[in-house]
Design a binder for this molecule. Structure first.
Ligand code: GTB
Length: 217
């Protein structure tokens, strides 16, 4: 059965691929699963019909027959569990790949989201100028640890996995800050992720939706 995901009708990033539907599209492309996309407006996301699918009124969601999922980590894990290609067959290696998925959303992404909050949501607050360097340093501390662990490996634990898919997706949000450039092995890691044909297909698919609406985006 072809799954249907939701995505922004109009992504605020104008097609840079930073909205979280890109992670889900990428996972589906990696495993070769065709999918449909239902675009939703910010207003529609807060209406009962969408809240029934996503209790927090957000995208992406994932529907497949009677199954409705929200949370990108859970959706990607579901896709990876149903199809070959995103998780190793060996049970221990599989568990480690899942640990990296959690690390991406639970350990690496939170300080990055703080930067988004400081730069966008709280940009006009009097404390932001003082807070920003602290937020940037907290991110640096975290990605320095990740950089040390990755070393000169291509991927976090052997072959490319859903753990890398999630980690690259999270790190992509750092690019504009310049912090990624301070860690050449992480920049190269992200570039390797972006170079994957499945990522390119996912990126292009979201671009078709968003670019024409934001010609300067
Ligand atoms: N933990 C959830 C998950 O991983 O699925 C978080 C989902 C989430 O944050 N969804 C966002 C959303 O629906 C879109 S992705 N926001 C609308 C709302 O909360 O009302 C976050 C996002 C949005 C925009 C950009 N951007 O423009 O660069 C990047 C990422």
């Amino acid at each position: 059965m072809t799954p249907t995901i939701t995505a922004f009708e109009r992504s605020p990033d104008g097609g840079k691929g930073l909205a979280r539907d890109t992670r889900v599209r990428w996972a589906l492309e990696e495993v070769g699963q065709p999918y449909a996309v239902r675009l939703v407006s910010f207003q529609a996301m807060k209406q009962p019909a969408h809240l029934a699918l996503h209790p927090f009124g957000q995208i992406p969601t994932y529907q497949e027959g009677d199954l409705a999922l929200f949370e990108t980590g859970s959706i990607v894990l579901h896709i990876a569990g149903r199809h070959a290609g995103l998780l190793p067959g060996d049970a221990d290696a599989r568990a480690r790949a899942i640990s990296w998925m959690f690390a991406a959303v639970n350990t690496v992404e939170p300080p990055i989201l703080e930067l988004v909050t400081a730069r966008i949501v709280e940009s006009d607050k009097p404390w932001t100028k003082e807070r920003l360097p602290l937020v940037m340093d907290r991110i640096r501390d975290r990605v320095k640890q990740l950089s040390a662990r990755l070393g000169d490996a291509d991927w976090l634990d052997g072959a490319f996995s859903a753990g890398d898919l999630m980690m690259v997706s999270v790190l992509l949000r750092l690019r504009a800050s310049g912090i990624l450039d301070e860690f050449p092995n992480l920049s190269a890691y992200v570039a390797r992720g972006e170079a994957r044909p499945a990522y390119k297909r996912a990126f292009d698919a979201q671009l078709v939706v968003n670019a024409s609406k934001h010609p300067t985006g």
